[in-house]
Design a protein around this ligand. Structure first.
Ligand code: SF4
Length: 405
């Protein structure tokens, strides 16, 4: 329900949805816009032309654009993040008081759920925000990464860490050893996440089985874990389950395995293929070969599970670029991709001290510039062929520096 009104001679718009409240107040130059989940957590804000997003761990990313430049971003320190939350809360509280006092004129009355979410947002003060972030860290091991279309998922950590942890360009799980949670422990975790999200669960779509490689869990263990998810959550209402499968070893899942998992609600598997070039994969210490990925994608699709394929742009610098482009096109074109699938182009982020950076230095690789990385993605994309009747997969960018959960 969208309610239009005026407050302090400025137009205001309230959007009261079943999953969140959005408050928009026009300003002399720019509008201020805030959204809150039903637990009262500020979720997004737009202030002075800068957009902010708060993660469940209390961290906040600010993004802005200046004409003629790329989009900029900055992660806020905790105090700065709390100041943004306080500005959002303060304006929302003033507006709500004005609504109750009849000073703000609304064309329609605020519905009961609108009152409820306003009150939750106003009660979510700095003390509450800090406590919420603390509870997050009790419930979760740090969530390393998610595909961009899964940032609003309910993450449930069926495993901890990555079963490989060898890829030189990846540091997401270096702080923990790989282990599979037992069903009893996983049930406690799933319930704790549900309790932590509280009324904010309504904002979440899908269930993401973390961490990396949740789908390497052998079937006799994976199926009971998925049943636990179904016990604690209404998976179908949330939109199904999603997970990573990264690297291939041990027992490989068959078409009938994937069909069984699809029946349990598995919708899409994300695979960090990175490249179709085995030579480049070896250089990256990625524990898979392109043809293994192609075979697994075929099995998933035949079993009724969609895929998300992640390609690493700029990996291996100029030395590997030609093979990377050629072999990645070849591998992607062997996959039966359709409109349910996604291809993500993710630029390599090579930080100082990373194993990749050391290996690239030793191999005297010349890195691709940012425009060259973009051009590499465009070159790959231009040569992809899809079956017109099955439709095209969604093709999108994936910037791991903007990951927020
Ligand atoms: S398999 Fe995936 S999660 Fe594991 S180290 Fe490699 S890129 Fe990182």
């Amino acid at each position: 329900m969208v309610i239009i009104g005026r407050w302090q001679s400025r137009p205001v718009t309230l959007s009261v949805k079943p999953n969140c409240l959005t408050v928009s107040v026009d300003g002399p130059a720019e509008s201020s816009v805030f959204s809150f989940d039903y637990a009262g957590r500020m979720w997004t804000a737009l202030l002075d032309g800068i957009s902010y997003r708060r993660g469940l761990d209390g961290r906040m990313i600010a993004k802005w654009s200046i004409a003629g430049r790329q989009r900029d971003r900055r992660w806020l320190g905790q105090e700065d993040a709390l100041k943004i939350e306080e500005r959002a809360r303060g304006t929302t509280a003033d507006l709500y008081r004005a609504i109750l006092d009849g000073v703000a004129e609304l064309r329609e009355a605020l519905p009961p759920e609108g009152h409820s979410v306003f009150q939750s947002a106003i009660a979510f003060d700095a003390l509450r925000s800090r406590a919420d972030a603390k509870q997050y860290h009790q419930v979760y091991k740090p969530v390393g990464i998610l595909p961009p279309d899964q940032y609003m998922a309910v993450v449930l950590q069926a495993t901890e860490g990555c079963s490989f942890n060898t890829c030189t360009f990846c540091t997401f799980y270096r702080d923990r050893s790989f282990r599979i949670r037992r069903p009893v422990e996983f049930r406690t975790h799933a319930q704790a996440v549900r309790d932590f999200l509280g009324a904010g669960l309504s904002l979440r779509r899908t269930v993401f089985l973390g961490d990396a490689n949740a789908l390497v869990i052998p079937m006799p263990v994976l199926v009971p874990l998925m049943d636990v998810v179904r016990e604690v959550y209404d998976v179908d209402k949330l939109g199904g389950m999603f997970a990573f499968l990264d690297g291939f070893s041990g027992e490989r899942k068959s078409v009938s395995d994937y069909a069984l998992l699809a029946g349990r609600g598995l919708k899409r598997v994300y695979i960090g293929m990175e490249s179709g070039s085995d030579e480049l994969l070896r250089f990256l210490h990625k524990p898979s070969k392109a043809d293994e990925v192609v075979r697994s994608v075929r099995a998933m699709k035949a079993g009724g599970v969609a895929v998300g394929i992640i390609i690493l742009l700029g990996a291996g610098g100029h030395a590997y670029a030609a093979a990377h482009v050629k072999d990645t096109i070849a591998a992607l074109n062997q996959m039966p991709l359709d409109m349910d699938d996604i291809i993500y182009f993710s630029e390599l982020v090579a930080e100082e001290g990373m194993d990749y950076s050391k290996a690239a230095y030793q191999a005297q690789l010349i890195p691709l510039t940012q425009p060259e990385r973009i051009a590499q993605g465009e070159e790959i994309q231009a040569s992809l062929c899809f079956d017109e009747q099955r439709g095209m997969p969604h093709i999108s960018r994936y910037d791991i520096r903007e990951f927020i959960y």
